[in-house]
Design a protein around this ligand. Structure first.
Ligand SMILES: Cc1cc2nc3c(=O)[nH]c(=O)nc-3n(C[C@H](O)[C@H](O)[C@H](O)COP(=O)(O)OP(=O)(O)OC[C@H]3O[C@@H](n4cnc5c(N)ncnc54)[C@H](O)[C@@H]3O)c2cc1C
Length: 406
């Protein structure tokens, strides 16, 4: 077992760190955040992102044939880690769409989409959840009716993060109206500028009142997306008609291996340590408290476990071994760790840290309280922790599906 990165991978880390030191100025950070919150990206933000693409860092582990660098998943992890650490810049490359296209797409789809995902010309949001089904995705009702070489889509999606800023939606629809549950579903890659699509903002608990700029947890905004007789070419279907369940599952598993998932929680532990090291009475008093020191050590150890779980998944995927429950296990451990950390911070710092941004008495513009709310919502998004536990039991331990009495 070798926990070290190769020399080439360490060199990559040093190059990325040097680039960030030089190019990620406060101006660029502010402009990237503005764009993330739905504003227009400025020239500075765009040229920063362009420079990342030009260096090949947005498609590090993707096949050279489609414009990637063909490096290891470990190299991809390093790039993700450094950019997320620097300012929560997500380098997963194309979100759920791209890994799924690599897993289930035709050669034409790979040649069309993957290079554009790498250059960020195409970005995907994920259109799975509907008002009546999130966990129970097999209940999808949004339908696509075949009409010659087109599909006509009608229905609604909800909690679609990034729908307001993405060029495409990775859409799970029912193509067989007589089907039930997992059968008769398909995945369509739908351009967001297609006629008949309406996007409405849905602000999350973290942003009511608005989260301060420094809040770095989860998403301030998701969306509702409505489809009213939206016509798309049948060639935008990913995988076979009726195999949408399989296509969606493969994508979900693959995109759970990402550095940001553990980092988003572990960086909260680091917030506490940074604060307690400050040279003032407030910090001195708290860092001399045994129970606080114990808590911080406990959180740090757990944080390292989160990182190792991600590296383990990465190693499994790098060696093309079966990847079944590991992504679900990470999706339980890392967000719950985030909740523990953000709760601990608010207890260590006292009641003022629990006040939101609209209170004149809050600490650091309410960042700790908003992060706490963000941590809770991260236990729900991308599959709730309860359901992920069930997947670990079934896929990891081979236990039968739980019978739920209603
Ligand atoms: C911030 C945020 C961003 C999101 N972004 C996206 C996105 O981009 N795209 C997208 O498609 N969706 C997105 N979602 C939706 C998310 O995937 C769902 O909210 C999640 O899967 C839960 O579904 P639900 O909200 O319908 O809750 P429900 O499925 O109704 O679940 C309610 C509660 O019941 C529990 N529960 C349900 N079934 C079981 C079971 N069988 N065993 C044990 N417990 C169970 C759940 O754990 C949960 O606690 C996002 C959600 C949030 C909060």
């Amino acid at each position: 077992m070798d926990f070290l990165f190769s020399r080439e991978e360490e060199q990559l880390r040093a190059d990325v760190q040097a680039f960030i030191r030089e190019q990620l100025t406060d101006d660029v950070k502010a402009e990237l955040r503005h764009a993330h919150d739905g504003g227009q990206a400025s020239d500075k933000a765009r040229s920063f992102l362009r420079a990342i693409v030009d260096r090949g860092w947005s498609g590090v582990s993707w096949p050279k044939e489609y414009g990637g660098q063909g490096m290891s998943r470990a190299a991809q992890f390093i790039v993700e880690e450094e950019f997320w650490r620097a300012d929560a810049i997500y380098m997963g490359g194309g979100g759920t769409g791209a890994p799924s296209i690599l897993a289930s797409g035709t050669k034409e789809q790979m040649h069309y989409y993957i290079p554009r995902c790498i250059s960020r010309e195409i970005t995907f949001c994920q259109g799975y959840s509907e008002p009546h089904c999130g966990t129970d995705l097999a209940g999808v009702r949004c339908r696509a009716t075949r009409d010659g070489d087109k599909y006509v889509i009608n229905g609604q999606k909800i909690y679609t993060t990034g729908a307001h800023a993405s060029t495409h939606i990775f859409l799970l629809v029912r193509t067989d109206p007589d089907s039930q549950r997992q059968g008769g579903l398909s995945v369509l890659l739908v351009p967001m500028d297609a006629k008949g699509i309406t996007v409405r903002p849905l602000w999350t608990i973290q942003s009511d009142p608005p989260a301060p700029t420094l809040a770095s947890y989860a998403h301030p905004r998701t969306n509702e997306v409505f489809f009213d007789n939206v016509e798309v070419e049948a060639s935008c279907r990913l995988g076979e008609e009726g195999d949408g369940w399989g296509v969606a599952q493969r994508g979900l598993n693959l995109d759970r291996i990402a550095a940001f998932r553990y980092l988003i929680s572990v960086m909260r532990d680091e917030d506490v340590v940074r604060l307690l090291r400050e040279d003032n009475e407030f910090s001195r008093e708290r860092r001399d408290d045994d129970s606080i020191r114990d808590k911080i050590a406990e959180l740090w150890i757990e944080g390292q476990v989160c990182r190792l779980m991600t590296l383990r998944s990465l190693s499994i995927s790098q060696r093309n071994l079966p990847f079944t429950y590991e992504g679900a296990a990470e999706k339980v451990f890392a967000p719950e760790h985030g909740v523990k950390s953000t709760e601990a911070i608010s207890q260590i710092l006292g009641p003022r840290a629990q006040l939101l941004s609209d209170s004149a008495h809050t600490l650091a513009e309410g960042v700790y309280a908003h992060n706490l709310l963000g941590a809770f919502q991260s236990t729900v998004n991308h599959g709730s922790v309860q359901v992920m536990r069930d997947q670990v039991a079934r896929k990891g331990f081979g236990m039968p599906r739980q019978k739920i009495s209603r």
